[in-house]
Design a protein around this ligand. Structure first.
Ligand SMILES: C[S@@+](CC[C@H](N)C(=O)[O-])C[C@H]1O[C@@H](n2cnc3c(N)ncnc32)[C@H](O)[C@@H]1O
Length: 177
């Protein structure tokens, strides 16, 4: 089993998957959890193995632009074993046209966030304060329609909606197998 963009290894450790991530600090945390991690880019990776299951949990595919998503899904298709499946989780959150607002605060840390729409992506702006240190960063989450997955050569064989989360099981369309 392969998890793309495994981050800290939350999912890969629980499921016994091999992880791939582009960020060394994330990979190091996953390795500390016992996950075998390969450092790499989910848009272009090459393993000699083929996997019965490729997982892309949380919102990782949505971090990529349209060309990146297409490249990633093409690479995934190449790495699936016969009858292999893809487990994809997407997050469909509505933008809030509001300034940055507190989301969480306790004795040691606080988080403020804003969620706006740029015209092509959801812009998630976050400001963390831990002790005397404040870090601010921005991620863009791109919407992914079911039609995009079909255009990339996958059919949806199962689906679960859990609040803003869309969990899909995908398999390559017959002409790609
Ligand atoms: C939201 S975290 C995913 C966490 C993990 N999948 C989970 O469910 O707990 C997003 C991860 O994507 C990774 N990432 C972003 N762009 C990537 C890329 N092009 N290739 C591989 N990993 C990437 C980041 O380093 C980060 O660890």
């Amino acid at each position: 089993m392969l998890e793309l963009a495994c981050g800290t290894g939350r999912v890969a450790a629980a499921l016994g998957a091999v992880g791939l991530d582009i960020d060394f600090a994330m990979a190091r945390r996953a390795v500390a959890r016992g996950v075998p991690v390969v450092m790499g880019d989910m848009r272009r990776f090459a393993f000699r193995w083929r996997f019965p299951l490729v997982l892309i949990p949380w919102n990782s595919l949505q971090l990529l632009d349209a060309a990146g998503r297409a490249a990633c899904l093409a690479c995934v298709a190449e790495h699936l074993a016969p009858d292999g499946l893809v487990g994809l989780e997407l997050v469909d959150v509505e933008p809030l046209d509001a300034p940055m607002a507190p989301v969480h605060a306790d004795d040691t840390a606080s988080l403020a966030a804003a969620l706006t729409w740029s015209g092509h992506a959801l812009v998630y702006r976050r400001r963390y304060t831990v002790g005397a240190t404040t870090v601010e960063n921005v991620i863009e989450l791109h919407p992914v329609a079911d039609a995009e997955l079909a255009a990339a050569g996958f059919e949806i064989v199962d689906r679960e909606n859990d609040g803003p989360r869309r969990r899909l099981a995908l398999r390559p369309l017959d002409n790609l197998r």
